[in-house]
Write a protein that binds this ligand. Sequence first.
Ligand SMILES: Cc1cc2nc3c(=O)[nH]c(=O)nc-3n(C[C@H](O)[C@H](O)[C@H](O)COP(=O)(O)OP(=O)(O)OC[C@H]3O[C@@H](n4cnc5c(N)ncnc54)[C@H](O)[C@@H]3O)c2cc1C
Length: 331
Amino acid sequence: MKYDVLTTDSAGTDTSLATAEDGTCSMTASQILTELGIDHQTDVPLAPLTWYGVGGHAECLAKPTDEAQLASLMQKCAQYQIPVRILGSGANLLVSDAGVRGVVVRLEHPNFSQINIDGTKVTVGAGYDLAKLVLDTAREGLAGLEVLAGIPASVGGAVRMNAGGKFGEIGPVVTKVRVMDESGEIYERYRDDLVFGYRKSNIKALVILDVEFDLSEDDPNQLMKQVKEIFMYKKNTQPLADDSAGCAFKNPLKNENDANPYLDYSAGKLIDMAELKGYTIGGASISQRHANFVVAGDNCTATDIINLLNHITQTVLEKYGVRLKHEIVIW
Ligand SMILES: Cc1cc2nc3c(=O)[nH]c(=O)nc-3n(C[C@H](O)[C@H](O)[C@H](O)COP(=O)(O)OP(=O)(O)OC[C@H]3O[C@@H](n4cnc5c(N)ncnc54)[C@H](O)[C@@H]3O)c2cc1C
């Protein structure tokens, strides 16, 4: 079968597709997006789009305008085996220095950030800023999301990661998600069938499109007070002014058959006990303020951070027999 769909792109460049002798043909990510009329750029540095501010380029960065464009992008990329990744606020992400092949999608069009409040039910697009949602709902006198104050995220990224901490998580107030899979199919999943665990969920579809929360009525002044207190707590205990992706490692999980007492310790405590606070590789260092934060300083590269993560893993394993797992997502 011949794919003879492109001759020139919008810049007038010849993009005719090479057809192999057996008649098969491949398309680049850019050719696909051009053919579909989807706004995109090629060879885009991802560092400015992440909280770490390091790492390489994306072959293509796509900004679909609506679900129909997103579905056609997914279908075509699946057909040509081009990888697709979803980028939220980039607050839990480390992009390797080599960058990523294929398409990185940002749901930044306003169509992906709609919000509807109906009583205690809040339905919000995946592209909506979580910090804004926390404030919106607190001001409306709706409780449940104030526990997420100070967590940088898009709503989609927060649900994907089951964001949360000492004060609570996002999972318990999610009642429905609408998702899109690799073939562009959209389907809904309801609370009964959703399982949220420690920084994870059973939502495996590639894209979370929007989320419905069921919140409860409360006093707006009290909720705003809680938001401020939680934010101050985070500001006082975490290096929020430094470039990071939040906690680098998950806390160890212990099951009843595990005899190792160090599994009861938090990842930060283990790193601290290993006397690694302040340890530096290249431009990456372990925060003095919070041992589970690996922060990026001047001239830091993603490789520096990965080498430091590996050093921490190795040291904690050797000293305490605990194999720490990354909380940070690495592309
Ligand atoms: C200073 C700082 C403090 C932090 N504190 C906390 C904390 O207290 N608790 C906590 O849990 N986290 C914390 N984090 C980490 C981060 O805020 C969360 O993990 C957050 O949920 C990431 O959301 P995001 O939109 O930035 O996702 P990204 O970092 O952009 O992506 C993370 C993952 O989610 C996927 N994803 C993003 N959007 C979608 C979508 N729409 N559909 C499907 N998949 C998607 C990405 O593909 C990727 O796999 C902190 C980070 C920083 C920088």
